[in-house]
Design a protein around this ligand. Structure first.
Ligand SMILES: O=C(O)CCC(=O)C(=O)O
Ligand SMILES: [Fe+2]
Length: 506
């Protein structure tokens, strides 16, 4: 039940869009019907006036010698055409035109459309989908209903081009051409989609890949472009495309992508599953089911840690606080939505939280202490992350390895505790790329690992991990980072290594 509610919350916007689309479609149907009825009136009128004239064809003089006929002709010509002109001038479907205008601000923005294209791009890239797969609705071995159009393929081709993936762009653009339906030509005109544009971009991709002959052949094959082909080729050669830089693209490295696919199976770990009744006194009363995933670095998963009520409360607190994480990109001189992590985030506890919120948060702290046997601050921040369609997190380390405010105060992030708050329906696993370890996103699980080596506190590069793009549904997690200096009094063997900020601290 809670899961359904939360899924609805995130999908609400899209459902509203779908509703608006329905309204706009019926509005368009009404508009077409109004136009149709005007067309019918005009057709009927022209038929009614044409019939007697046609009957008189070849014997006009005889026809007009009939007094009735000459009366009709003169009256009709004097009066009717003026009325018809007035009728022709009358605007049709003003209400429907105004309706679209009024709702225009509810339509997705360019940014929304770019986000959606980038989301499907990530799914395509990570799950290795071909254009044919997408047209059939086949994603990572699962058959979905639905398909895509020539224009959709063109927009994907354009994005691949922007990001400098010319060979892939060629696939999508070629596929776009195969989907062009000649009967829709007039509709394409209205929508501003032309096959010449597809051919030109295709030729540009070939030029970028130094395949000039293919570029020429592409231009020559289009009647409107053939005569300009040499000029266009020169232009494309002289204005080579500069792909959008790495900071503005998701990383999606191959190793990560491969592990995200359903074809990846974890190697048997030979490790054990047991009840942990020792980390804290509380666990003696209520042992937690623990599964070891890796010993070096140490990674374990606990099952059924949070109750439904706790998860629901956490979601409720976080919901109004969720926002896109942004990062400063020097190149564009502003903070923009990060392409490295495409998700919404919120920090709790929050000052607006009421007493019941604090009760739940204190409960979470207690659970984290029980699981890890470590110390956390009484106001420790927890981050809720919500991944929607195509949402992901590129492989990264959780530690900062830098002298920043955070690390100066409490050291670096020694441990990560990651709570899974729902089941991602398809996609969305956490993957440790170096360890070839994949952890599916399943409600109630808690993943716990050390980002540093035990005695020396050396940062452990083997902990590199990321979150696979979500294909269907949403994914919701909560992470808690436990800092090394908070352990000062409970870790007797603790010996700080020589990382910079320790020098600055002494
Ligand atoms: O969502 C996940 O699976 C991973 C999240 C994560 O790595 C992080 O928050 O640092
Ligand atoms: Fe992380």
């Amino acid at each position: 039940q809670t899961e359904k509610r939360e899924f609805l919350a995130l999908k609400e916007e899209e459902m509203e869009l779908q509703l608006l689309d329905r309204e706009l479609i019926s509005n368009l149907v009404e508009y077409a019907e109004e136009m149709q009825s005007k067309v019918e009136v005009l057709q009927r009128f022209s038929e009614a006036t044409r019939t007697p004239l046609q009957a008189a064809k070849g014997r006009e003089e005889e026809y007009l010698s009939n007094p009735l006929h000459s009366f009709r002709l003169i009256r009709h010509m004097h009066e009717d055409w003026r009325h018809v002109e007035k009728f022709m001038r009358q605007p049709v479907g003003q209400d429907q035109i105004n309706f679209i205008k009024e709702r225009a601000n509810e339509l997705p923005s360019k940014e929304d459309a770019d986000d959606a294209t980038e989301a499907i791009y990530r799914i395509i890239r990570t799950y290795d989908m071909t254009p044919a797969d997408l047209v059939q609705g086949l994603i990572d071995g699962v058959q979905y209903n639905g398909s895509i159009s020539a224009i959709d393929c063109f927009s994907l081709g354009t994005l691949h081009f922007e990001w400098g993936k010319y060979d892939k762009a060629v696939h999508w653009l070629n596929h776009s051409l195969t989907l062009v339906k000649p009967v829709y030509k007039s509709v394409y005109n209205v929508l501003g989609f032309t096959s010449s544009e597809v051919h030109m971009l295709l030729a540009r991709c070939y030029v970028e890949m130094d395949q000039e002959e293919d570029a020429r052949r592409t231009l020559m094959s289009h009647p409107a472009l053939a005569q300009h082909s040499e000029r266009l080729l020169t232009l494309y050669n002289n204005t080579r495309h500069v792909p959008v830089s790495g900071d503005l693209q998701p990383l999606l490295p191959d190793k990560f992508n491969q592990m995200c696919r359903s074809s990846h199976q974890n190697k048997p770990s030979r490790l054990h599953c047991r009840y942990n009744a020792t980390t804290s006194p509380f666990l003696r009363l209520a042992p937690l089911r623990m599964e070891e995933l890796s010993l070096d670095p140490y990674i374990v998963v606990y099952h059924n840690v949070l109750s439904d009520a706790e998860i629901a409360k956490v979601e409720q607190i976080a919901e109004p606080l969720l926002e896109h994480s942004s990062v400063y990109v020097a190149e564009v001189k502003k903070a923009i939505k990060s392409k490295v992590r495409t998700a919404l985030g919120a920090w709790i506890p929050n000052s607006d939280m009421d007493a019941s919120g604090w009760t739940v948060v204190q409960g979470l702290y207690r659970r984290i202490r029980d699981i890890t046997g470590l110390n956390i601050d009484d106001k420790q921040h927890l981050q809720i992350i919500k991944y929607g369609y195509g949402g992901h997190y590129d492989p990264h380390f959780d530690y900062f390895n830098a002298t920043v405010k955070n690390t100066l105060a409490s050291g670096d992030r020694m441990v990560t505790v990651l709570f899974y708050l729902n089941d991602a329906r398809h996609g969305g696993s956490t993957v440790f790329t170096h360890l070839q370890l994949k952890v599916p996103s399943e409600r109630g699980k808690v993943l716990f690992w050390y980002n540093m080596r035990g005695e020396s506190h050396e940062l452990d590069t083997q902990t590199v991990h990321g979150a696979c793009p979500v294909i269907a549904g949403t994914k919701s997690v909560m992470s808690c980072w436990i800092h090394e200096l908070d352990q000062m009094f409970i870790q007797p063997t603790y010996r700080p290594n020589n990382r910079t900020f320790f020098h600055e601290l002494v």
